[in-house]
Design a protein around this ligand. Structure first.
Ligand SMILES: [Zn+2]
Length: 469
């Protein structure tokens, strides 16, 4: 394999920023430093650009089924690298009656197949909480899997888990160094509020937010903290959106509970009001484009999420990419917001949005950007330092970001392969100029130039970040 020398870029890691060079060979980073004196097959001048680790998005659903809807799958994974993300940690749902191992093997063979354009690790999601399942959690690190997610929300769905199952999962995971992740929303409160909202005649997309107020999340996070304390095991709260939920994590952690959390791009940027959007074609159903769970929040909560990532109370920003289409999927909820599939595309937009609205506005530093979007997600999932940093021996996953220029997110230039873009019309500053995946150039000027199927599985090691404090 050939070698590449990236010269004179501004190297940014979670701890540093300096003008220097990166030398990569045989898919690995060999040297990082100033004025490197080496011969390379190819020399790339990165003057005036930022050279950063490829992004790690620890929360994607390249396949999710809700009722009869099935989101856009791995055929759109070029979107990840086009947005600067070279590794995703994707959720694999357990097949009822099957082990986690078998579910993962089936998923990798049938869904990922030879379509992956980015590297990938897996989380598993519990659907069938049997005695065997809780035993199997202890063995997951043998398969390179180090996290298990349970849904506290979604009453009536197979994947809804009672507190007893969360507790048992925490107990099983602890000795093996497996991180338990939870979607924390109170399922009972939501089911009751949904019915009352429907009965009050609010049947459109805005009913989604009305029936999932911030307190349903806050309550479940507090309960999750108690379960983690009881089990004396770490717990990770995915997609935190509410100020009260964030404060509950911060305060429980200060008290000694091993509780951690992430937020997502859209909870840092998009307000609840979009659920009330209208359009000539879709009327008030236009808002269905923004139905995801937890629901989008008001500015007060958005501000709280920025404060949380700036101060380290939440330690990662993910996309929660779950690419449902509008015509085929979202429209199943016409007349009943409860039937609108929850989820939106976003893997391509995460780094550009966080850069624009975080770094460019001075809310977070460039080092924090790398920490939140690359380094911490790699540490949490046990794939650091192979992924998430620029260091000798790490995979040569490199993002060269050109901070100049402004563009607008729009479906015409998107790689999500969906029929609408949730961030349509948002202005972004800069763009991925080049992206390398294990030393191979896969993106040039925001266009995919790689080969489908180059993405590989990355095995995670147990006892990730949640275990280290
Ligand atoms: Zn999710």
């Amino acid at each position: 394999m050939k070698s590449t020398l990236i010269k004179n870029g501004t190297i940014v890691t979670a701890s540093d920023e300096y003008v220097g060079d990166v030398f990569m060979k045989d898919g690995k980073i060999e040297m990082v430093g100033q004025g490197l004196d080496v011969t390379a097959d190819e020399v790339v001048d990165a003057t005036g650009k930022y050279v950063m680790p490829g992004g790690v998005d620890q929360h994607t659903h390249f396949l999710f089924k809700m009722d009869d809807s099935r989101c856009v799958g791995w055929e759109s994974s070029a979107a990840a690298v086009c947005g600067g993300t070279t590794t995703v940690v994707d959720f694999v749902n357990q097949e009822v009656g099957k082990s986690l191992k078998e579910s993962v093997e089936n998923y990798e063979r049938d869904e990922v197949g030879d379509l992956a354009c980015c590297d990938y690790a897996f989380h598993t999601v519990v659907y069938d909480p049997t005695d065997e399942l809780f035993e199997e959690i202890k063995k997951l690190p043998e398969y390179g899997i180090t996290s298990v997610k349970l849904f506290m929300a979604y009453k009536g769905q197979a994947y809804h888990m009672e507190d007893g199952s969360v507790l048992r999962a925490l107990q099983s995971a602890k000795e093996a160094g497996v991180t338990i992740m939870v979607h924390a929303e109170n399922a009972e409160m939501i089911a009751t509020l949904q019915q009352q909202t429907m009965d009050a005649g609010i049947t459109g997309p805005y009913g989604h937010a009305v029936s999932r107020p911030p307190i349903v999340e806050e309550e479940a996070v507090k309960r999750a903290a108690c379960l983690a304390e009881l089990a004396d095991a770490p717990i990770y709260i995915v997609h935190v959106t509410a100020k009260g939920a964030m404060e509950a994590i911060r305060d429980a952690y200060a008290k000694g509970v091993k509780i951690f959390g992430e937020t997502c791009t859209h909870y840092l940027t998009v307000k609840t009001d979009v659920l009330k959007s209208t359009s000539p074609e879709n009327g008030e159903f236009e808002g269905a484009k923004y139905v995801c769970s937890p629901a989008l929040r008001s500015q007060e909560h958005i501000d709280a999420m920025w404060e949380a990532i700036r101060k380290g109370w939440l330690n990662a920003v993910s996309s929660d990419h779950c690419a449902f289409n509008f015509e085929e999927h979202k429209k199943r909820g016409l007349g009943d917001f409860r039937k609108i599939p929850n989820g939106c595309a976003g893997v391509e937009n995460r780094m550009q949005m966080v850069w624009t609205y975080g770094v460019e506005t001075g809310k977070i530093s460039k080092q924090q950007f790398v920490e939140l979007c690359c380094t911490n997600p790699a540490k949490i999932n046990g794939i650091y330092p192979q992924k998430g940093t620029l260091a000798p021996g790490s995979d040569a996953d490199v993002l060269i970001y050109d901070p100049n220029g402004e563009s607008t997110i729009t479906m015409a230039t998107s790689h999500h392969k969906t029929d609408y873009e949730p961030f349509e019309g948002w202005k972004v500053k800069g763009r991925p100029s080049k992206v390398y995946l294990r030393g191979e150039l896969v993106v040039e000027d925001s266009q995919y130039v790689g080969k489908e199927g180059t993405g590989k599985f990355v095995a995670g090691k147990p006892f990730g970040l949640a275990y280290q404090k």
